[in-house]
Ligand binder design. Structure first.
Ligand code: NAD
Length: 437
């Protein structure tokens, strides 16, 4: 099958590459000429483990192509995936669909023969219907269907998630479109991956409901962590005790500095706006959003309190800038809430992240980017762990202690909580560890 993927970001590039690995002929299109140039030169513009080898292999085997020109791709494609960004619209939190509609308009003028236009981007309920209208207005004679096929991959584990998903959701009433989608995902059908065939609107909502539910688990355990601190309980044990119940499950019950990233913050907000537009109160999601917003803002205060109430003139080492490990994505990262507040309070920040420092320079100024975790903490008055990269999990604590001015460890991910850093002489602050800070 011949497939066009419009938008070559975290989702488009991974989806296109994995489809080509399935044996399809894929053309990835992006407006960003620099991104396409880099891809053509064999460079991967994002950090995603394993993606470089998979791109290289499929380019070499001539199944994966890159272009800035939609006209080279769309005519003759069996399916055209829209995988452009749908960020929060400035000011009101609705999903900004301008990129999606712009792509749909361009696609409309190029359709040739029957084509399924697929929304891979996360789009509010009703967007598929709007795209259908838009294309029909531009090309009344075009032979096409619009299907919804939301993506559930996680950055940092994107290939594994795409190749071995928990489920595939396909939203369309058209048998023809469903057949093309089935052919596209055939290797996964053969793998017995569960497929949810449903109406387009339902499919669009499944994505938002899933993300909102995961965000709910995070805000929930973060509130329980606050309670643990007051009551002298241990949130990690609480989460384990809860998570062993199969009805609850252990995932997304890690207390921390609040969720970030390119999806949960914007998708929870967009779902709220959908509720409002339709006069359906979504009180739980509203609370989840509020709890998370406040939590991210409170994290810098925790660090300041741990530093004795002031960071004026202090040097703070920050490990981890990306919103989670194994990605360079800085969008809505807790580090973006924490670091500026530390700086406003007079701290000098020295930071290290294994992959996100280049990206972080677009967001954070006046910090020293260190060459290693140990370089960041050399002479620092406190060490703060913001992102739980694996390479931060096994630091040589003796060396850490010898490098720090004072042995103060603020671990916002609880990665050292079980290692008993207090026994090593650290003044240790975790999250939800029965100690109020
Ligand atoms: P991204 O910002 O990394 O990439 C979007 C790309 O689209 C950019 O490279 C941009 O240049 C390109 N683009 C915009 N308009 C274009 C046009 N008209 N023609 C060609 N290219 C165009 O975004 P992303 O993180 O890959 O997310 C894409 C969508 O997938 C969003 O709706 C997001 O919510 C959803 N999603 C993201 C993830 C994730 O983990 N990042 C997971 C699941 C779903």
């Amino acid at each position: 099958m011949r497939v066009t993927v419009v938008g070559t970001g975290y989702v488009g590039l991974v989806s296109g590459t994995c489809f080509s690995e399935f044996g399809h002929e894929i053309i990835c299109v992006d407006k960003d000429a620099d991104k396409i140039e880099r891809l053509k030169a064999g460079e991967i513009p994002i950090y995603e483990p394993g993606l470089d080898q998979l791109v290289e292999k499929n380019v070499r085997e001539e199944r994966l192509h890159f272009t800035t020109d939609l006209a080279e791709a769309v005519p003759g494609s069996d399916a055209v995936f829209i995988a452009v960004g749908t960020p929060s619209r400035r000011g009101d939190g609705h999903a900004d669909l301008s990129y999606v509609y712009a792509a749909a308009e361009e696609i409309a003028s190029l359709l040739e023969g029957y084509t399924v236009v697929v929304t891979k981007s996360t789009v509010p309920v009703g967007t598929g219907r709007e795209i259908e209208k838009l294309i029909s207005n531009i090309r009344p004679e075009a032979d096409f269907d619009v299907a919804s096929n939301p993506e559930f991959l996680r950055e940092g584990a994107a290939i594994e998630d795409f190749m071995r998903p928990n489920r595939i959701v396909i939203g369309t009433d058209s048998a023809r479109a469903r057949e093309i989608m089935r052919d596209l995902y055939r290797p996964l059908y053969l793998n017995e991956t569960p497929i949810v065939n449903t109406a387009r609107e339902t499919s669009e909502l499944i994505k938002y409901a899933s993300n909102a539910f995961l965000a709910t688990k995070i805000s929930f355990i973060n509130e329980i962590a606050d309670l643990c601190e007051v009551l002298g309980a241990d949130v990690q044990d609480v989460a384990r005790g809860m998570g062993l119940d199969k009805r609850i499950g252990p995932k997304f019950l890690h207390a921390g500095p609040g969720y970030g990233g390119s999806c949960f913050p914007k998708d929870t907000l967009a779902l709220l706006r959908t509720g409002e537009l339709n006069q359906v109160p979504l009180k739980i999601v509203e609370a989840v959003v509020d709890v998370n917003r406040e939590r991210k803002l409170k994290m810098a205060d925790r660090i300041i309190e741990a530093c004795g109430g002031s960071v004026e003139g202090k040097k703070i080492a920050v490990l981890g800038l990306a919103f989670k490990p194994n990605t360079d994505d800085m969008r809505e990262s807790p580090a973006l809430d924490i670091i500026p507040v530390l700086q406003q309070n007079g701290a000098e920040v020295h930071a290290f992240d294994p992959a996100a420092m280049e990206e972080a320079r677009n967001y954070l100024t006046d910090i020293r980017y260190a060459s290693s975790p140990y370089d960041a903490m050399d002479g620092a008055d406190a060490l703060v762990i913001v992102t739980e990269w694996n390479e931060f999990r096994a630091l040589d604590l003796k060396r850490v202690k010898s490098l720090l001015n004072s042995p103060l460890l603020v671990d916002l991910r609880n990665i050292y909580a079980k290692a008993n850093p207090a026994a090593e002489g650290f003044d240790y602050y975790g999250v939800g560890k029965g100690r109020v800070i």
